[in-house]
Write a protein that binds this ligand. Structure first.
Ligand SMILES: C[S@@+](CC[C@H](N)C(=O)[O-])C[C@H]1O[C@@H](n2cnc3c(N)ncnc32)[C@H](O)[C@@H]1O
Length: 262
């Protein structure tokens, strides 16, 4: 190789490295900002990002993954299977159920003929869910409702990946149902040891407020709402540090099985 070629190759390497570095620098962080309340986090967003999950462009974001059985879904399936065997038949409200993603993912693992499965989500997701059902992408056994109470009394509330986004407390969510369900399964609840914190999560092309709840207060709220924690698990791979505020430490992601005591 002549000296000129060596120089040329070196220049290409340098250019490649610079381009990769630029891509890293330019990439928006997955989690940015730290706010004490959801209202302040929302207020920080420009108008085009305020719709959060409730827009058509959010439907496809991470959809392929959500339709699959993921590692953190196994405890949920374990408990649903137990409850189906114990009760014989279940009615279930899948709150924040997207287009019916978890019904689709759990299908091969559970006898879903024994579950009346209702999905409640935001209007854009319900529209997409009904279309996916018409197109045969999700089961025609799923029922979609505009409001949690429209599902009528249910045995199980499933909230998989909802508590990070929904604007109400656990009690507030229960209050929206027709009746307090006997069981609740919450998964992927983002918690912190010391404080409540809201950050912004880059989801697709926009940022949506992502709540990390003070774990002690959240669990006290569960008990005050008349539920005991029958089981819980942690999801280490969903523990997050806010990219722009690393000194605030990591969140812990939890799953819970709750049974009504009162
Ligand atoms: C991360 S996805 C979880 C989807 C699915 N349950 C799963 O575990 O894969 C969060 C879901 O919560 C829904 N969601 C967010 N805010 C909500 C709200 N205020 N009311 C109802 N659903 C909401 C979103 O539309 C989205 O479908």
């Amino acid at each position: 190789m002549v000296a000129r070629d060596v120089l040329k190759t070196g220049a290409y390497y340098a250019l490649g490295a610079a381009t990769r570095l630029r891509a890293v620098i330019d990439r928006e962080p997955e989690l940015s900002g730290a706010f004490p309340t959801l209202e302040l986090a929302k207020a920080s967003l420009p108008p085009e990002e305020k719709s959060g999950y409730d827009s058509d462009d959010m439907v496809e974001v991470a959809l392929d993954n959500m339709l699959k059985m993921l590692s953190w879904d196994y405890p949920v399936v374990f408990w649903l299977d137990r409850l189906i065997r114990q009760e014989g038949h279940l009615s279930l409200l899948d709150a924040g159920g997207h287009i019916g993603t978890k019904h689709h993912a759990f299908g091969p693992y559970l006898d879903l003929t024994k579950v009346d499965w209702t999905v409640w989500d935001l209007p854009a997701l319900l529209r997409a869910g009904r279309k996916a059902q018409a197109d045969g992408i999700v089961s025609d056994r799923i029922n979609y409702v505009e409001a949690p109470a429209d599902a009528g009394p249910v045995d199980v509330l499933l909230a998989s990946g909802l508590m990070q986004y929904i604007e109400v407390s656990f009690q507030g969510l229960i209050d929206r149902l027709a009746e307090p369900p006997r069981f609740a399964i919450l998964n992927k609840v983002a918690t912190r040891e010391n404080d409540d914190l809201v950050t912004l999560q880059l989801t697709g092309k926009k940022r949506v407020p992502y709540q990390m709840r003070h774990r002690g207060r959240f669990e006290a709220e569960i008990r005050n709402a008349g539920y005991e924690i029958r089981d819980f698990w942690t999801i280490p791979c969903l523990s997050h540090r806010i990219n722009t505020h690393p000194w605030l430490g990591f969140s812990d992601s939890y799953g819970y099985v709750l049974e009504r005591t009162a």
